[in-house]
Each structure stands twice: as C-alpha cells, then as structure tokens.
Write a new protein. Structure first.
Ligand code: SF4
Length: 99
C-alpha cells in the first residue's frame, strides 16, 4: 500500500512536467506542490481518492509503471517488515556487540 495514504511522492525537477502530462493523458488530475529546487511533492492525501494519481485504484497497479518516477523505481531501499516487495533485499547485519 505504498502508493496510498499519508505519503509524499518526491519528484525530481525533470520529472514534474512529465508527471503532469501523464496525469492529463490518463484523464486524471495531479496536485503537485513545487519545491524550491524545481522538483515537486505529491501528497497522496491531497489527491482524489487519497492515493497517487497514477494508481489504478481498482487493481492497485501503477498506470505509468514503465516511466514511473525515480523514487518509485528505487523503492524499497531497505527491507521492511510486512512489505513483500522488499523481501529480496538482504537485511542489514546486526551491529557487533562485542566489547
Ligand atoms: S507513480 Fe506509480 S509506483 Fe509511483 S507512487 Fe504513483 S502509482 Fe505508485
């Protein structure tokens, strides 16, 4: 459920225009707050349906999967309990507790 809920999707500066265009092409609206560096922030709770505007709410599929933003392509960065798509990541080793 990482494309829904109280999450902010960060867009790189060179992704903002494409994100707007993709939303328009899908017949949906993307509400993007511009960041000082020219990037964008997509607060899912501010979007219709409280999920990413690129998410197909019926199937939970990403409608721009082949051109999804960088942070989506790189997600997840670490193993998360309960997140099935992160289970391929090798867990961090426990710190050495030897005195
Ligand atoms: S662009 Fe696709 S993968 Fe990224 S948050 Fe939106 S629906 Fe999920």
């Amino acid at each position: 459920m990482c494309c829904r809920g109280p999450i902010i999707l960060r867009l790189d500066p060179d992704e903002v225009t494409g994100f707007y265009r993709a939303a328009a092409g899908l017949g949906t609206e993307a509400r993007v707050s511009r960041a000082p560096d020219g990037g964008g922030n997509v607060l899912f709770l501010d979007q219709p349906g409280e999920h990413c505007p690129m998410l197909d709410s019926a199937t939970s599929a990403c409608r721009i999967y082949d051109r999804r933003p960088r942070v989506c392509r790189e997600f997840p960065r670490k193993r998360e309990p309960g997140c099935a798509i992160s289970e391929w990541i090798t867990p961090e080793p426990e710190p050495d507790q030897t005195p």
